[in-house]
Design a protein around this ligand. Structure first.
Ligand SMILES: Cc1cc2nc3c(=O)[nH]c(=O)nc-3n(C[C@H](O)[C@H](O)[C@H](O)COP(=O)(O)OP(=O)(O)OC[C@H]3O[C@@H](n4cnc5c(N)ncnc54)[C@H](O)[C@@H]3O)c2cc1C
Length: 264
């Protein structure tokens, strides 16, 4: 697609910095003088123009926004042998990328006002928008208990730990836990995938709003199981990054719902 497409807006790369193995924090600044007021959970198309003129593009969720500076950030995973992210990783500050949008709702607007507790569950880079949402809503006075759970494979994949620790120190109603599916022997955090480690920690489902972000295998297991376990549709909100068509199967969902209800 030609860059001249009016939907695509130019942005200056402010920062494109690895913050963990294969996880990169990208900050862009709108370069067309128009407003760029985005919030965690908004989804933008991001385009990278290759030397041959082809525009590579994908959807990326906003992790943080600074409307006054017309800046916004994404946390993305570099996919080995991926079409776009190995190239995106090499883009230097000052270079031009393209964006359009937003689509989707900010997480803050999706979380139900009547919920008494909020839980965010992420796999991999899905942690970015959940972290950004937590930072924004706590700064703006959120007083409900808010806990984030993030699943990664190994300790080298963990990201945003200092930022989450600072939030937990500043706000007594905020907590976070990491779960590793391949932990090293001395790992003291949670072990296993989030569907293995998190259910016993939820303290039941009463009063809860759950926001799920990341791998479709996780999202499409948790959402129907939470619904089966009695949660209202509006109290379970999602964003899927890949494996969009994962179908865990009725038996797996049923068994997981039983776990969520503390019956197995
Ligand atoms: C609504 C939406 C929001 C998204 N937001 C983000 C985001 O904020 N951060 C982000 O990293 N990705 C996000 N993605 C995924 C992103 O759009 C691309 O699919 C991804 O960056 C693939 O890049 P690629 O061209 O290098 O890989 P491709 O050549 O397209 O290879 C794709 C393969 O990589 C795998 N894959 C894709 N995304 C991920 C991922 N995040 N982690 C692990 N494996 C993955 C899948 O198995 C997929 O088959 C989002 C996708 C959607 C639909």
């Amino acid at each position: 697609m030609a860059v001249a497409n009016p939907d695509w807006r130019p942005a200056r790369v402010v920062e494109n910095r690895a913050i963990a193995r294969a996880s990169v924090w990208l900050t862009l600044e709108a370069a067309d003088g128009r407003p760029a007021a985005f919030e965690p959970g908004h989804v933008l198309g991001v385009g990278l123009k290759r030397d041959d003129g082809e525009m590579l593009r994908h959807a990326y969720t906003v992790s943080a926004g600074d409307p006054a500076a017309r800046r916004f950030s994404h946390l993305y995973r570099v996919i080995p042998h991926g079409r776009m992210t190995p190239l995106l990783e090499t883009v230097a500050p000052g270079a031009t990328l393209y964006f359009h949008g937003p689509g989707h709702n900010p997480i803050q607007r999706e979380v139900r006002p009547e919920a008494e507790r909020i839980v965010g569950i992420a796999t991999g880079t899905g942690l970015g928008p959940l972290y950004g949402y937590a930072a924004k809503t706590l700064r703006e006075g959120e007083t409900r208990p808010l806990t984030l759970y993030a699943g990664f494979r190994e300790a080298a994949d963990l990201c945003l730990e200092p930022e989450l620790r600072a939030l937990a120190e500043a706000y007594p109603n905020f907590a976070y836990r990491f779960s590793l599916s391949r932990p090293h022997a001395s790992w003291t955090g949670l072990r296993g995938r989030v569907d293995q480690s998190v259910p016993p920690l939820l303290g039941g489902l009463s009063g809860l709003h759950v926001h799920l972000v990341g791998n479709g295998e996780m999202v499409h297991l948790w959402r129907p199981a939470l619904r089966k376990a009695g949660m209202e549709k509006e109290r379970v909100t999602i964003e899927t990054y890949f494996n969009h068509h994962a179908e865990p199967g009725a038996d797996a969902i049923e068994a997981f719902a039983e776990r969520l209800m503390g019956r197995s």
